[in-house]
Design a protein around this ligand. Structure first.
Ligand code: UD1
Length: 441
């Protein structure tokens, strides 16, 4: 993806600035010291923006992260007729969305193909407009990432769904109705999609084996503020009494727990000390004790989390990713970068996605000793990583390579910065403010 190809986005998201260069040069070995503000969560803001489609009234989101996915979704929503205004407030970027008129035919296939979260347009547009045609969504190449749970749930709610040449056609001319849905796996996206659809459906919907990721509770909180009747958010059974009249709302996007965990790894690998502003331990779920075991010392203070390397140093630990509150799959790659220079070995098992080890070959180029067998990567710590030319293949792989580069000796040249921009709000700028020697060209 070239940034030049997304010029029209500047209209929808005036804050978005294309990067000056395509390579990030990281001269490692400097401790990160200072305050690193954790932005609003990427995985919360995208469903929240789509939730605005459900109501004709104004929805204002505050603490919006200035990342590429937000810019792309902003452009997508604009073409669906959703007007938007942006402002810079003391607590960061705010956006107000107005979906008083929605044109479901305005879907831009190219923009849909850029991110997985666009699949949530299915539930929201079906509920609001009664029909939607959507190309199969894009996103990171980290496994099959089917949408079968989404489609089965919508069918149970009365939708007719057909797949034809890579397009999903869904209709519900008489409207959606409530249903009892049991998800085969606690899929984050399917839970969100069905929650969005259920809010405007007639009757009661119960979603069992729902995902419990905090971003879903954040979405439910905003929907409730808009007038939706939802209970059980944060648990694995969500109950939605549909068809409540929706108003507008003002909602603060929750802090990004993945940015938090990523930067905690960065502080520890560089032997620095960061105040991760807005960070809280509970956001990390099971990752908090695991990272602590690996030598990431974390202490909560009033305005965030202070993180540094523990005096006993970095130690290899075993990690198995799981749905929340388990160890987040999105922190698997950043944590692997940390284990690469830990004392001893750690087995990293990926249970959520089938193919999420694309970063392993790149970490090896930096000198890491990692062998993969099936879904487990055995990381044997080496005394030091050394800079090399590497490429980020997805958003979290790119972040892992930044961490590894910051902890390496010499210069790392990272390509694939578009991935980094998708998920991280002004990472380079924030790192430089904490003393990192990084530069784009
Ligand atoms: C979301 C997050 C992503 C995170 C992931 C798991 C967003 C925008 N993205 O992705 O960052 O890594 O949760 O925490 O919030 N599955 C199916 N059929 C379906 C749906 C899912 O087989 O219909 C499978 C997927 O292939 C995957 C697993 O279920 O193996 C989990 O996927 P899911 O929780 O849906 O992830 P996403 O919502 O895509």
């Amino acid at each position: 993806m070239q940034f030049a190809s997304i010029q029209p986005l500047s209209v929808a998201a005036p804050w978005w600035r294309a990067r000056p260069g395509q390579v990030l040069a990281i001269r490692g070995g400097r401790p990160l010291i200072g305050t690193y503000p954790i932005s609003g969560a990427k995985n919360a803001v995208l469903p929240l923006m789509i939730a605005a489609l459900l109501s004709p009234h104004l929805v204002t989101l505050r603490n919006v992260p200035a990342n590429l996915d937000v810019a792309v979704l902003s452009a997508l929503l604009r073409r669906l007729g959703v007007e938007q205004s942006w402002s810079q407030t003391e607590s960061g970027l705010a956006m107000t969305l107005c979906a008083d008129r929605v044109h479901p035919a305005g879907i831009d296939p190219e923009l849909v193909s850029r991110m997985r979260a666009s699949v949530l347009l299915l539930g929201a547009l079906l509920a609001r407009c009664g029909a939607v045609s959507l190309p199969m969504p894009g996103g990171d190449a980290i496994g099959l990432r089917g949408v079968d749970f989404h489609l089965a749930g919508l069918r149970a709610m009365g939708a007719t769904v057909e797949l034809e040449s890579g397009q999903i056609h869904a209709t519900a001319p008489a409207g959606l109705h409530g249903a009892e849905i049991v998800l085969p796996l606690p899929s984050v996206g399917a839970t969100e999609n069905l929650l969005l659809a259920a809010v405007l459906a007639s009757g009661t919907t119960v979603i069992r084996n729902a995902a419990r990721e905090p971003e879903i509770a954040d979405l439910a909180t905003c929907l409730i503020a808009m007038g939706a009747r939802i209970s059980g958010h944060g648990t694995d059974v969500l109950t939605i009494e549909g068809n409540a009249p929706l108003a507008g709302a003002v909602h603060d996007v929750m802090p990004d727990r993945i940015e938090l965990g990523t930067l905690a790894c960065a502080a520890a690998i560089t032997n620095g000390e960061l105040l991760l502003r807005h960070g809280r331990l509970e956001l990390l779920g099971a990752a908090a004790p695991v990272l602590a075991g690996a030598g990431v010392a974390m202490r909560e203070v009033a305005d965030g989390l202070i993180v540094r390397r523990s005096p006993t140093g970095l130690t290899g630990v075993d990690i198995a990713t799981q749905p929340f509150p388990g160890f987040a799959t999105d922190l698997q790659a950043p944590a692997m970068a940390l284990l690469a220079i830990a004392t001893g070995a750690g087995a990293v098992t990926e249970t959520v996605f089938e193919q999420r080890f694309w970063h392993v070959d790149e970490l090896r180029k930096l000198g890491a000793n990692i062998t993969v067998r099936g879904r487990t990567a055995l990381v044997r710590g080496v005394p030091a990583l050394r800079g090399a030319a590497v490429t980020g293949s997805d958003v979290r792989a790119a972040a892992a390579l930044v961490i590894a580069g910051l902890g390496a000796t010499g210069e790392t040249e990272l390509q694939g910065l578009d991935h980094l921009d998708r998920g991280y709000d002004r990472m380079t700028e924030k790192l430089v403010a904490c003393g990192a020697d990084v530069e784009q060209w």
